[in-house]
Design a protein around this ligand. Structure first.
Ligand SMILES: Cc1cc2nc3c(=O)[nH]c(=O)nc-3n(C[C@H](O)[C@H](O)[C@H](O)COP(=O)(O)OP(=O)(O)OC[C@H]3O[C@@H](n4cnc5c(N)ncnc54)[C@H](O)[C@@H]3O)c2cc1C
Length: 503
């Protein structure tokens, strides 16, 4: 490693050759992680848990990468970031160059660095991680792209000349963002329609500030605006603008409406006052009222006892938000054991550190309420695990006579999300599966409707930021090809129906 610890700020164009590294020496470098706020301190604020790496520690951690030619980390990344390439530049002190490498394959590297379940993706495939902590790829991605933002910002080549063709994107979450940026850079005119008052999808209306700060989301939309992308908020397609009018407004449409319908518990008392879905709980605790629709502007107050039902990342966001709202007793109820939980280990560790109580092998059977209909608690039953189900996880069964109650003023349901079935009412001709997910050609992301594409959670069901982004890349490429067939036609008023057989 060079002695010089000052960042150089050069670009990846002059990327130094990557020599064979001394792997044995690199295996001996102790792992580093950025500092984080102590639990007692961070439950008193909504700031991000982790601080950024400092420049010298980031370079040392990047040097732990052994530059494997097969790069299993890159293969495991849904957008195939060139991780060894970026970390090589980073260890040389070329933070700008490293950030540019991440930006080549991702429109949201600051977000992915913070939010991806790296233990299942890049870091889970890191060869160094076989015998030690893996290289902190996610935290290094966040460090280098934030460093670039603070030091002149990303430098992109100017967008292509206008093509005269237009795309309407429904939804401004990661899938909508990825497609908008790629299509705008290719010279197409892009308009995003968003139902909420502010853009960002779950990045804004869901994921709490302690995982991802909101200015990072706002910055992305400033960038899209400089590319000429128009964002029209408070526009729910199917309500504020009909599908037919939307379709007539553009040459192609990308549907990226996510999966926002919180699943119900289906138990007695569920309609009591104080039972709320995860999204409602998160947005009412995290966002200022002016960024919310009228119906969600009332304060949650300061609940003393909160119970959250569910075992994924969303439920961890809820329990940890409850602690930051000042709740003294926060309990998570999950019907299996920790081994079957699908969310990130890091989030669970943080929740435990922050004083959340975990009730594993417990399932809710009734919401308890007082005479006025306010929640007073949750009745649960103990579970035991039986044979594996079709997901490979052991199926839980109730243990007779094991009922117990947990006192609470708020019960939050975080047991999964489905695609809004109203979309099928708005666009009856689009093919959906039995869970209301849009059915697409997996290569092109085109639906059964010519010129109408879809991607992200509305196709996959509730998934990840990075998988939504990967879908948007495939869709943008296919939409561009589709629009270019239109370009061969003479320009005329209004949208054209292109030749989709080439897809
Ligand atoms: C609380 C929570 C925490 C999460 N944490 C993580 C995490 O840590 N890491 C991770 O990788 N993933 C996480 N996820 C999942 C991740 O956020 C999603 O997979 C991702 O946001 C999907 O992107 P998307 O663009 O498909 O949809 P979304 O982000 O849901 O965006 C869809 C947008 O479409 C808009 N829309 C819907 N219907 C209409 C309409 N009719 N007209 C106009 N606009 C419409 C919605 O308002 C929304 O803004 C989390 C999800 C939740 C809910």
């Amino acid at each position: 490693m060079p002695d010089e610890m000052t960042p150089q700020g050069s670009s990846s164009e002059a990327a130094p050759e990557r020599p064979q590294v001394d792997r044995k020496a690199r295996f001996k470098i102790p792992p580093h992680r950025p500092d984080k706020q102590p639990a007692a301190e961070r439950t008193q604020n909504w700031d991000e848990v982790y601080h950024l790496f400092d420049v010298s520690t980031a370079r040392i951690e990047a040097e732990r990468c052994i530059q494997c030619p097969a790069a299993p980390c890159q293969k495991a990344c849904p957008v195939h970031n060139d991780i060894p390439g970026a970390l090589w530049l980073l260890e040389q002190g070329d933070f700008n160059g490293a950030a540019n490498v991440f930006r080549e394959t991702s429109e949201l590297p600051e977000m992915c660095g913070r939010l991806c379940p790296q233990e299942r993706l890049c870091e889970g495939h890191c060869v160094v991680g076989k015998n030690a902590l893996p290289v902190a790829i996610g935290k290094l991605e966040t460090f280098t792209t934030e460093w670039q933002r603070a030091n002149g910002g990303p430098q992109h080549p100017p967008p292509a000349a206008p093509t005269g063709r237009s795309v309407a994107i429904v939804g401004s979450g990661p899938a909508g963002i990825g497609a908008a940026e790629r299509l705008a850079r290719l010279g197409h005119s892009v308009t995003i329609y968003e139902a909420w008052p502010e853009p960002g999808g779950v990045l804004r209306y869901g994921i709490p500030d302690f995982k991802l700060n909101k200015p990072a989301v706002a910055r992305k939309f400033e960038e899209l605006s400089t590319l000429g992308v128009e964002v029209r908020t408070n526009m729910r397609i199917g309500v504020d603008l009909s599908w037919d009018d939307l379709r007539a407004s553009a040459d192609a449409v990308f549907v990226a409406i996510g999966a926002s319908e919180g699943a119900r518990l289906g138990i007695p008392g569920e309609d009591a006052d104080g039972v709320i879905t995860a999204t409602e709980f998160l947005v009412r605790s995290n966002l200022p009222p002016e960024e919310l629709p009228e119906s969600l502007r009332t304060s949650l107050g300061s609940p003393k006892r909160v119970v959250v039902v569910g075992g994924g990342d969303t439920s961890m966001d809820c329990v940890r938000s409850a602690r930051r709202l000042g709740a003294e007793e926060v309990t998570l109820v999950y019907r299996r054991t920790e081994a079957e939980m699908q969310g990130r280990i890091e989030e669970r560790t943080h929740a435990v550190e922050e004083g959340v109580r975990f009730e594993y092998l417990a399932s809710p059977i009734e919401v308890l309420h007082d005479a006025e209909g306010h929640v007073s608690g949750l009745r649960c039953v103990r579970m035991e695990l039986g044979d594996a189900d079709d997901t490979g996880r052991r199926r839980p069964h109730p243990v007779e006579g094991s009922e117990f109650d947990i006192a609470a003023e708020i019960v939050v349901t975080a047991i999964g999300y489905n695609v809004d079935p109203e979309w099928g009412v708005a666009v009856p001709s689009v093919t959906r599966d039995r869970w209301d997910r849009l059915v697409v050609d997996p290569e092109t992301m085109q639906t059964n409707l010519t010129g109408v594409f879809a991607g992200g959670d509305d196709v996959n069901g509730a998934d990840l930021v990075v998988t939504a982004l990967a879908d948007s890349h495939r869709a943008a490429e296919a939409i561009d090809r589709y629009l270019r067939t239109l370009l061969r036609e003479p320009m005329r008023e209004g949208p054209l129906v292109g030749d989709s057989s080439f897809l």
